[in-house]
Design a protein around this ligand. Structure first.
Ligand SMILES: Cc1cc2nc3c(=O)[nH]c(=O)nc-3n(C[C@H](O)[C@H](O)[C@H](O)COP(=O)(O)O)c2cc1C
Length: 206
């Protein structure tokens, strides 16, 4: 059966470093035989969670915008590549808007005790983050946020690619190893034969 992989870029900058790295990871997924799709959160209308807490009773978000369609795709696929630039040591606003809307799923699972997948599926995710500064700590928060979100959407966090000192749009093209690493990790992500529990961290810190 052909695996499906979704690449999501949460950068507001089209064709920037996050977009390039996700596309390269998806090329790797295709090389491994997966069928892929790419989207940019910035191209969609996604409102902020208003903490109305209606979802605590229904398990569904009341806001009507483009969020639900993207979530449906995310829940369908076998593999996910999620990329964000580092903005003030955290994920981008576009990423956070999307992630916070996951609260309805959290409520569904933890308050209403409705399982997301029955039986649980072999779903795996990779996180890509890119920052302009020399800091090597700027990815700490992103790692935790994504771990928490992936638990919510029941997808195993199997690999990360963090790249620092990449700032200008497209500067990652001039990085010696970032794009080849994205391709390699993408191919590994879509390799159904590799063990799901093996976490791979690639930190390209100059
Ligand atoms: C609002 C804003 C906040 C940023 N904050 C950080 C930061 O905390 N640390 C860092 O290393 N780079 C920071 N940067 C730089 C971006 O992470 C960097 O330019 C990155 O390559 C952008 O990726 P993109 O092309 O995918 O959008 C910031 C940029 C912007 C616009």
């Amino acid at each position: 059966m052909t695996l499906t992989a979704l690449g999501i870029s949460a950068s507001p900058r089209a064709n920037g470093n996050s977009d390039l790295l996700v596309r390269e990871a998806l090329r790797g997924c295709e090389e491994a035989g997966a069928q892929t799709e790419f989207l940019r959160l910035g191209d969609y209308r996604i409102g902020a969670c208003t903490e109305c807490n209606t979802c605590q009773k229904t398990g569904v978000c009341v806001l009507q915008d483009d969020y639900q369609g993207i979530l449906d795709r995310l829940l369908e696929v076998d593999r996910l590549v999620f990329a964000t630039p580092v903005f003030f040591m955290a994920v981008s606003a576009q990423a956070k808007l999307f992630i916070d809307r996951g609260q309805a799923l959290w409520a569904r699972k933890h308050l209403l005790h409705l399982p997301l997948f029955q039986p649980r599926r072999d779903r795996r995710a990779m996180v890509v983050a890119v920052g302009g500064s020399r800091s090597t700590r700027q990815f700490d928060g992103i790692r935790r946020t994504m771990q928490s979100y992936f638990e919510c959407v029941e997808i195993a966090y199997v690999s990360t690619l963090f790249v620092n000192q990449v700032d200008a749009a497209g500067a990652v093209r001039r990085h010696a190893t970032a794009l080849p690493e994205a391709f390699r990790l993408g191919a590994a992500l879509a390799d159904a034969a590799s063990p799901a529990q093996r976490a791979t961290q690639v930190e390209l810190f100059g």
